[in-house]
Design a protein around this ligand. Structure first.
Ligand code: CP
Ligand code: NVA
Length: 311
């Protein structure tokens, strides 16, 4: 499988085989790291890490993943560069493309990350936008594979803000990988209809299904529930409205029981607001797997850099 030179902007651009390959590479890099073996596949590569929004996991994953493979990461925060206010995205992209071998971008607009890829002409990796969070999905899938041994045929239910970056990217990823996917959300927070339609087509090809519902009983049979904050970065002013809308959709003991399976797990991309989208009790019950998932950010992000840029 050759992904050299490719950007990683949304999972829409990747086939089931390519996603499986990235997961295999991640598992391999993880096993090696556990034995103390790191590599030099990014030796001589300079990697720009642009962050318009804050980050713990994504920033650390790109930094450690890059250094483990012998590369040089350069953190460029919102206040550090002129991107988008003193200099156009196109111009900053052309400058960075002359100096760096790869660029990570976390920020608001999906259009920005796409422009960076178009104008820099080096691989660009989406570290989260308002619309998508594709590297997170690789970590989620690696965790599901570790827990269940496979992805195909699983049922995953996302509970919460059904139109945020996580719901969108999980929907694309699950549909591509044969995971049946339910978005459980109040109608006011249903995902974009066009995206659902597109994902239904992927699901048809992989033999899974997509369902968008407000009915809590639909968690029945879920292998995993997934939740995320009720207010994503940049939406802090919506807090009161969201609490009112989403309170019935909290992941708590009752909702977990509705799966009817004692093997069901909970995933969370983190950071978590305990007492909102998940109770402290349930979060702690599944903490081991949730922190495996957080660790897997690093192994999967390393795999994306190695696959698209590595020697
Ligand atoms: N899950 C995730 O992207 O975490 P950070 O915001 O800390 O990077
Ligand atoms: N939906 C969340 C994800 C954080 C990883 C946000 O955008 O803030």
């Amino acid at each position: 499988m050759n992904l050299k030179g490719r950007s990683f902007l949304t999972l829409k651009d990747f086939t089931q085989e390519e996603i499986s390959y990235l997961l295999e590479l991640s598992a391999d890099l993880k096993a090696k790291k556990k034995k103390g073996i790191t590599g030099n596949r990014l030796k001589g590569k300079n990697i720009a890490l642009i962050f318009e929004k804050p980050s713990t996991r994504t920033r650390c994953s790109f930094t450690i993943g890059c250094v483990d493979e012998g590369g040089h990461p350069e953190y460029l925060g919102r206040e550090d560069i002129q991107l988008g206010y003193k200099e156009s995205i196109e111009d900053t992209a052309r400058v960075l493309g002359r100096m760096f071998d790869g660029i990570e971008f976390r920020g608001f607009s999906q259009e920005t990350v796409e422009k960076l890829a178009k104008y820099s002409k080096v691989p660009v990796w989406n570290g989260l936008t308002d619309t998508y969070h594709p590297t997170q999905i690789l970590a989620d899938f690696l965790t599901l594979q570790e827990q269940f041994g496979h992805l195909n045929g699983l049922k995953l239910v996302f509970v919460g803000d059904g139109r945020n970056n996580m719901a969108n990217s999980l929907m694309i990823g699950c549909a591509k990988m044969g995971v049946s996917f339910v978005i459980l959300a109040p109608e006011a927070l249903y995902p974009d209809k066009e995206l659902v339609k597109e994902c239904e087509q992927y699901a048809k090809e992989s033999g899974s299904f997509i369902k968008v519902t407000s009915n809590l009983e639909e968690v029945q049979g879920a292998d995993a529930l997934y939740t995320d904050v009720w207010c994503s970065m940049g939406e802090e002013d919506k807090a009161a409205e969201r609490v009112a809308l989403l309170r019935p959709y909290q992941v708590n003991k009752d909702l977990m029981q509705k799966t009817g399976k004692d093997t069901s797990i909970l995933l969370h991309c983190l950071p978590a607001v305990k007492g909102n989208e998940v109770t402290e009790e349930i979060f702690e019950k599944y903490a081991d797997v949730i922190f495996d998932e957080a660790e897997n950010r690093m192994h999967t992000i390393k795999a994306v850099m190695v696959a698209t840029l590595g020697e």
